[in-house]
Design a binder for this molecule. Structure first.
Ligand SMILES: Cc1ncc(COP(=O)(O)O)c(C=O)c1O
Length: 455
């Protein structure tokens, strides 16, 4: 596989320019096309602005919180300013903490280590695995997928009403589904949680890149998100919110940076006093470039204006839905109904096609990158596809290790850097593939469909 770029096409208009807009990829059928990156929900391309900011800072890179030199001081300032920018971006309350982590997964695992003893956790089965799995040391109540936002609130209220009113509880909920793109009633769920003495953490991995997230307005206790989905793919994520549980918890990682004072213990061992602020959970040398990149993305998105970004995305969602409405066998996945408000994330199945085969053909024959699979949301996908019973096309249905039949879906997702042409090409490609079939032959390698280049 080789990497090639052509001249930047200046006629391509997007709300926010991203890297990769001029990358071309080979087609298995011959020739090259500009790559249509339609997998933003997995990882979005870096904003040009983020890249430029990082490149401008790179020569000044230095250690954070541990150097007397000018560049160490400058890098420390940048890191702490990034924390303030994120707090502003999330409209945090006075006293809230912003902890830089590696990702949403990391943030939720950190919070899981800070749960008070006997804390009960409530999740919906619709969550991403990152929100479903970190709580395994706690008592977890998993609620069935609701069929409307209202039903979600009612289900949570019921579940919370049954719990021990004197115990602590945490609700973990997504702001926008990584499968259906649907928006969840976060404010109402937060109100329900608080009315029953529970706290709530918002998984904003898919929401923050598309909509403003206000901790104050939504009245959530914590928010988590990932830089790489927010156009800042430099290895950082965020956990922001109430300080008390974080302050009371053991440091997430033990080491330098988290410790204020380390002494030889009277018993011959080692004693430590930990920091109380965000540093308590940021042991080791912080990822200043990752934090700086997130702050740069926060500023760029805020300046572009979420209202304009969301309106354009809604228009692109409409292009997909209207463009495929009359295509036989295409079924979009949804919990709350086809017209429910959503971000630029849509999953679907095509009758008679193995989703891996379909996604491989979109890539190899049209230069379109989407995702196929179960999107790290197995219970939700099982719920949405369970009774489908659709035929699997060629390339074979990948069987799960358990022997359970794996019915996969296809996901298309986009955002602030997506040109109209990419979405239009996607619609054209789906229509052509359903009408005419693939032009190439594919085979299964390690459970995935790939073009058969020996053909
Ligand atoms: C809703 C949601 N939550 C959590 C995650 C996990 O994010 P990360 O892989 O950056 O930790 C994802 C990733 O796809 C997601 O979509």
């Amino acid at each position: 596989m080789s990497v090639s770029t052509a001249a930047v096409d200046r006629s391509v208009r997007t709300p926010l320019p991203v890297l990769g807009r001029d990358v071309t990829v080979p087609l298995v059928t011959g020739g090259e096309v500009t790559y249509a990156a339609l997998d933003y929900a997995a990882s979005a391309p870096a904003l040009q602005r983020v890249w430029d900011d990082v490149a401008a800072y790179a020569p000044y890179y230095g250690s954070v919180h541990r150097g007397a030199g000018y560049l160490s001081q400058l890098s420390t300032d940048l890191f702490e300013n990034a924390r303030r920018t994120v707090a502003e971006f999330l409209d945090c309350r006075t006293g809230d903490q912003v902890v830089f982590t590696r990702s949403t997964t990391d943030s939720l695992n950190l919070l899981a280590t800070a749960l008070p003893e006997d804390c009960e956790v409530f999740v919906f089965e619709t969550e991403h695995h990152a929100s479903l799995l970190p709580w395994r040391g706690a008592r977890v109540t998993c609620l069935d997928a609701p069929d409307s936002p209202r039903a979600a609130v009612t289900a949570l209220e019921r579940a919370l009403a049954d719990r021990d009113p004197y115990g602590t509880a945490l609700v973990c909920v997504t702001g926008a589904s990584n499968v259906t793109g649907e928006l969840w009633p976060v404010r109402e769920l937060a109100a329900a949680a608080h009315a029953h003495g529970a706290r709530i953490v918002l998984d904003a991995a898919q929401l923050a890149p598309h909509h403003p997230v206000s901790v104050r307005d939504l009245d959530v206790d914590w928010v988590v998100f990932s830089g790489h989905k927010l156009y800042a793919p430099f290895g950082s994520g965020v956990l922001a919110g109430r300080a008390d549980w974080l302050r009371a918890a053991e440091p997430y990682l033990a080491g330098g940076g988290a410790s204020r004072k380390v002494t030889r213990g009277a018993d011959g061992g080692v004693d430590v006093e930990w920091h109380e602020g965000a540093a308590r959970h940021e042991a080791g040398s912080p990822n200043v470039i990752g934090a700086y990149a997130i702050a740069s993305a926060c500023k760029a998105l805020t300046e572009a204006g979420f209202e304009a970004l969301a309106a354009r995305e809604e228009a692109l969602v409409r292009v997909v839905r209207d463009g495929l409405a009359d295509v036989p066998g295409v079924r979009f996945l949804s919990l709350f109904g086809d017209e429910a408000p959503r971000v630029g994330v849509l999953s679907f199945v095509v009758e008679g096609w193995n989703s891996s085969h379909f996604a491989a053909a979109l890539s190899a024959e049209y230069g379109i990158g989407v995702r196929d699979g179960l999107f790290c949301a197995h219970p939700l996908l099982r719920r949405l596809l369970g009774g489908d019973g659709r035929a699997q096309g060629e390339c074979g249905a990948p069987e799960a290790a358990s022997g359970e039949k794996s019915l996969n879906a296809i996901r298309v997702s986009f955002g602030a850097g997506t040109p109209d042409e990419h979405v239009e090409r996607f619609v054209r490609a789906v229509r052509e593939l359903v009408r005419d079939g693939a032009r190439w032959t594919y085979r299964t390698v390690d459970g995935r469909c790939v073009p058969d280049v020996s053909a």
